[in-house]
Write a protein that binds this ligand. Structure first.
Ligand SMILES: Cc1cc2nc3c(=O)[nH]c(=O)nc-3n(C[C@H](O)[C@H](O)[C@H](O)COP(=O)(O)O)c2cc1C
Length: 186
């Protein structure tokens, strides 16, 4: 027997993506977004509501960054998802975040989070709420890198969002090698 959850849209795992953009006054805005992922060779897509302050800001500026929420900043990331910059003028600072101007796009990077995708707005659809971002650069803080310069998932410690039960989790153990283990079945 399988239980039907009807037409909801959740998958496993879901990311905690922290969007950031400068608004019209040049103030940094940020929000938590879990409905997002890779949708092209250099593109990411997100489903974001137009009335959010951050969405208004990124549409007007044509640029935004997407930082990977991490376990160390779980409370701050959730704060950015439950409080709006439309009501709290100092939301970015109150979240405990420091804006770092991206060298590649007209948007702030959240300095406290170790990995950021710097994006141009490729398109936004008012009906579907689908935002497509063209990735211009990915920057990662040295503290999340191995000795050989590759990204260490445990040092990055990304937050995982579990939608049906509204909980956050941490990455578990490595269980195999991709593009490799499957060959043992050939
Ligand atoms: C775990 C979590 C995931 C969220 N995912 C999304 C999302 O994918 N799209 C969206 O429009 N809002 C999402 N939100 C809601 C926004 O982050 C929230 O409404 C926020 O207050 C908007 O902030 P702003 O108005 O300052 O931009 C999420 C909130 C949480 C807590």
């Amino acid at each position: 027997m399988r239980k039907n959850f009807t037409e909801k849209t959740f998958i496993y795992p879901m990311p905690v993506l922290m969007l950031a953009a400068y608004d019209e006054e040049g103030k940094p805005q940020c929000m938590n977004a879990a409905w997002g992922g890779v949708c092209g060779r250099k593109q990411i897509c997100l489903c974001v509501t137009p009335t959010h302050k951050t969405v208004d800001a990124l549409r007007k500026r044509g640029a935004f960054t997407v930082s990977i929420g991490d376990v160390d900043h779980e409370v701050q990331c959730d704060y950015a998802g439950v409080v709006s910059g439309n009501k709290e003028p100092d939301k970015f600072a109150k979240a405990g975040f420091t804006p770092l101007k991206s060298e590649n796009v007209d948007a702030p990077i959240i300095a406290e989070l170790k990995m950021a995708l710097e994006c141009r707005v490729a398109s936004y659809d008012e009906d579907s709420h689908v935002l497509i971002g063209e990735v211009v650069n990915i920057s990662v803080d040295e503290s999340a890198l191995d000795e050989d310069g590759s990204i260490d998932i445990y040092k990055l410690d990304p937050l995982i969002y579990e939608s049906p039960n509204r909980k956050y989790y941490r990455i578990g153990e490595c269980v195999g090698k991709a593009y490799s283990d499957g060959h043992t079945m050939e």
